[in-house]
Design a binder for this molecule. Sequence first.
Ligand SMILES: [Zn+2]
Length: 1144
Amino acid sequence: MKRSRLLAVLVGGLFCVVVVSMYRMLELMQGGEPPVGQVNEDLSRLQQKIDKLEHLLSGNNQLVATLRDSLLNHKALWETRGGVNRSLDSAHSLSGCQSVKKMEAGEDGVQLLDIYDLLPFDNPDGGAWKQGFEIRYHGNEWDEQPLELFLVPHSHNDPGWLKTFDGYYQDQTKHILNNMLIKLSEDNRRKMIWAEISYFSKWWNDIDKQKRHLVKRLVEAGQLELVTGGWVMADEANSHYFALLDQLIEGHQWIQKHLGVKPSSGWAVDPFGHSPSMTYLLKGAGLKNMLIQRVHYAVKKHFAQKQTLEFLWRQSWDSTSRSDITCHMMPFYSYDVPHTCGPNPAVCCQFDFHRLPGGRVFCPWRIPPQPITEQNVEERALLLLDQYRQKSRLFRSPVLLVPLGDDFRYVDAREWDDQFINYQRLFDYFDQHPELHIKARFGTLSDYFQALHGHLNSAGTTLPTLQGDFFTYADRDDHYWSGYFTSRPFYKRLDRILEATLRASEILFSLTLAEMRRFHGNGRLSADFPAREHFGLLTEGRRNLGLFQHHDAVTGTGRDPVVVDYGTRLFHSILNLRQVLQSSAHWLILLDKNQYHHDQSKPFLQMDDVISAQDALPQKMTLRLGDQPRPLIIFNPTEQLQSSVISILIDCPDAHVVEAQTGRPMAAQISAVWVELNQASTDSFQLSFIAELPPLSLVVYHVSKATTGSTARAQYTVYRHGSQLAVHAEPFQVSAPQGPEADVPLSLNNKHIHIWSSPKTGLLQKLRMKSGLVRQLQVQFLWYGTRSGFNQDKSGAYLFLPGKEGAQPYPFAQPPLVRISRGPIFSDVTSCFRHFTHTVRLYHLDGHAGRSVEISNMVDIRSEVNRELVMRLRSDVANGNRFYTDLNGFQMQQRRTLDKLPLQANFYPMSSASFLQDSTSRLSLLSAQSQAVAALKPGELEVLLDRRLQQDDNRGLGQGVTDNKLTASLYHLLLEERSGGSQEVGGASVEHLSLLAHLSSLSLSHPPFTMVAMSNSQLPKMQTFLPLRLSLPCDVHLLNLRTLEDPQEAESPSQEAALLLHRKGLDCSAAPEPVPACTWSEHEEVNLDELFSPLRFRSVRRSGLTLLRDDDEEPNSGQHRPPHVARLQPMEISAFRVEIHDSN
Ligand SMILES: [Zn+2]
């Protein structure tokens, strides 16, 4: 023991000498303690020395990481492979980038964009099937192969909509599930499917052992199937793929733990349009089949005519069949019973036995259902069979799916009996009459798909493939559901703040546990660290974020009190997860871990901002600077080395910042904090400095008071065009343009970009890149109103129904107050209008942060009636009618603005990015929140910022959207030269974001977290925490490092974590110049050990995206011995169960 300690110290000493000489050599070390070679027998002193060495080493690691990153950057520039110099001025210079692919739809392939070009969208009256056509059959079609029918009972339970999640659970959901147990047990021919695990798990917690046993028996017997298995039935337009996957993991993990099964079929009857990103995740999670419902009625009709309602949905970027998943599109208007048995709702409604006379629901077609009796069974059976047969003609196989259910169905026992008993009588009749050639029974969704696949296999046929997405949804006429892409934008932004906080907490918590185990040995954690409590907070955060992905939550389509309930959940989880971040960071930065003490009432670290309520924006705290330097701890949640501008508020106008470990001073700027439009605070000032943050690091900075005038101050120009204005902003220099100067365009520039703005409004007009590329780029604000006629349908939470006049320019009686600030760290122009404050900022930074223009808006339209505010960018980019929007932040989708469609149909969801391009340039708008976006005219791109609508739009919500708040939105605008030459690709080309846009988007979505040490005196010594030696390749995104639950000890963290990596697709045509400070993957084979060095993985097991265990999987099987080489393919997300090493 002692000998190995001695050896460790000697080796450590040697290291130290190297470290010190390296520091000297690089003249970067401001002072450090020399290693003492003398070995003392006192073990505690030895321990201290080892700690010091470790401290020094970690400081050095940071330096090395920075050097390595910049070295690799240069290497990437000049490295030759196969003797060819890699030149960056031509296309395809980025190895690993994906050149533009023209979509080749195979012989039996369907490309949705082509269908949009093809369809007239004329909406003729189809008769009984209003949006369809008359279906004919002879009657002998089923003579050879009988109609095989599966009636699938379902109950659609929204986790919040008109009532809150808990409200629905108490009033309906728990009764539905309780009755399910009784009614399915009564007859083993009965079946049921269930989708929302949020509800199912809540109910599970309420029931006793015996009932749980019964549930398992029903699942094993195939009577009860959990479909999709997500926490909710997620929205697919506004949701980000992190959250989509996270709620799927949460649900699947729950199902596996409690029921021991894996979902195999997806069920999405209510989300308002469908995205292939969801499809990708389902396939990756091991699902074989899926079902969708809300698709544009004209597209449904076309698919029905072509018998392509069942298809293999393939990712647009996939040239193989790897991503294919069997998808069933329901053909009719709704998922309720009148629209599922066949084309005629007046007939089908008669087979919804919940609507038997005397009940609360009835048939609007005025023909009520009749109980099935011996007298009427023949007539009833034949009437129903006719509908089944007509419906069957829309499909290629004689296997038929008929869902039986609606919203919150099967609440009381009577309803169960009415449906099951009457249908069983019909089925029995069919059985007794083989000449009808129908085999009908209750089934689950997987029963149906199994029979379908069986039939397809035996017939030797395959389904057509389909590429594309199903936005923007219309359910009738010109009622396009593009309003919900923006509704309740405050919460759409809050959703992403929780998402970023959750991801950061997950990663830092997992790293903390690994570090603790390494520190203590034996897999033990620090006794005082609240690992179990924090794991509970993480679980709650996952579930609250998951709940908000529901299709009435992030969509902004819930009732006001339900919105407050969601907001409160998001808000509480943000606060709770901040605790996890703070105490994890606390342990990690302590030099002497024995000094760690957890006290929730007196946290050692706190965020530098406060969120006071669920509907409030974060407010920065003003830090008091005393005689002692004030430590700031910054966490970089990205896997990239970042140069970030950190801004804090302090109580004096002069301060300086040093990096604590090296004493290196950081460039800083003091700016005014404006309390009124023309008045700056006298006791609060903004200090901004440039932080160099290695990947996933915690870096300690010291902020101290400085002598008066020693810190660079922003200089201001403040004015209102055409009028005199008094400005109070001591001690800042303020000027106002005089005479002809007042009409000269405002201009700001950094190393990479030069911008010009209107002297009257301060709004952007022109942009020039360092390369000389110039683009006209005007920012405009406009209002949309809604239709004005008395009997006209108007916009609401779901629908966007703008008035005929279209968008009208935002009027202003007097010009806005314009404030220009110029400083060494950033410069910006702010325009203060009545309903919004708009800021355009340039950062004076090298690297990607200096390459984009930051745009931020603060919008308040609470005084308005039936209005929607839009920000429009008008450029001279010649994009024609093509533009691109992202789907869930996962992939880019081409859009075509079509004149044959109404204006509202040309709006699409944008959750993180959209761009316009021509042969020479690309203009990308990267966004930190989800919104509606359109490119109505060539060169134009517009985003809807907020909407205030006084009325309901008749989709069941029963209210308007009038709970607007002061709402923030944030973007990066990127203009890039395209050196790919004529890249004008016709057809449905697949495009990706550029490398620069990926990096910019990453820093926009995952900004650093700033923490402050709360006590000013006697702070323990702190050290930088550097888990990674190098940035990850910049096309590899660390999506999550999510600690898994201990299978033995419930609600406790295990030693295993889910490592989720997303290798992004890169565009080839925009060669970044200068090259970002990172490398990118050239090969698909990646050594995870190298990637994550010095973290070491004891075990790495590739798994499905929801981390389900295989039954035959042996723990720690020798199959994956180090090195852990994994294949990461472009665009693919890869999931691994990993154990991070717990010993050196
Ligand atoms: Zn719903």
